[in-house]
Design a binder for this molecule. Sequence first.
Ligand SMILES: Nc1nc2c(c(=O)[nH]1)N(C=O)[C@@H](CNc1ccc(C(=O)N[C@@H](CCC(=O)O)C(=O)O)cc1)CN2
Ligand SMILES: Nc1ncnc2c1ncn2[C@@H]1O[C@H](COP(=O)(O)OP(=O)(O)OP(=O)(O)O)[C@@H](O)[C@H]1O
Length: 184
Amino acid sequence: MNKADLRVQCLGRRRALSPEACERMSERIRAYLSGRLESTDRCILAYLPFRNEPDLRPLFADSRTWAVPRVAGTELTWHRYEPGRVGRGAMGPPEPEPDCEAVDPAGAAWVLVPVVACDRRGYRIGYGGGYYDRFLARYALPAIAVGYSEFVYEQVPTDPWDRPMGGIVTEAGFLWPEIAQPGA
Ligand SMILES: Nc1nc2c(c(=O)[nH]1)N(C=O)[C@@H](CNc1ccc(C(=O)N[C@@H](CCC(=O)O)C(=O)O)cc1)CN2
Ligand SMILES: Nc1ncnc2c1ncn2[C@@H]1O[C@H](COP(=O)(O)OP(=O)(O)OP(=O)(O)O)[C@@H](O)[C@H]1O
């Protein structure tokens, strides 16, 4: 199946998940992540959930800076998460208000990347905007794909610009791919 078809299929299956199932799985994902992320004080780049994506927001309440993205043309800009200062983004996902404090992503310890589907090598399929591929091409940050285990495949189709994630977290735990080889 090609990327576009797999994206449509997985988005449809994800939309059909119940809110209770998503919350149960999100809670497991948060528990795995909080154990792994507690070793850093530095900023963490995350996202605001859209269409049944895993909800990481309860993690954002600790003393660290958690930043979330806004779409700015073809790029992402990062802003400190402040509860209540979230609006509807032009692309669909919620976004921090434009005057929320800007965060320099270069100093981040991790970027938590939402996936529509991914594979055990760390390759991901997102909504198709290429935002995270462009972002990670510019900022070589440690990236963890965040998704539900039923959307983790052995191999998803890849394009030359795809950047493999260093880790994957689902409700079933972490996967840490070997250094991924494009086309391998
Ligand atoms: N929660 C969350 N936030 C995120 C992302 C994400 O995957 N999840 N992004 C990850 O990249 C960025 C937003 N990327 C997006 C890319 C394409 C579409 C999308 O559905 N595009 C449609 C409709 C566009 C429109 O309504 O104008 C399309 O292109 O057909 C949505 C978000 C930044 N914020
Ligand atoms: N480093 C890059 N520089 C310029 N364009 C890029 C880069 N990476 C990806 N793109 C463009 O982004 C588009 C979408 O790529 P792709 O289908 O892989 O998106 P995606 O990974 O699913 O989306 P997203 O990262 O927003 O979740 C492609 O048309 C590609 O040309």
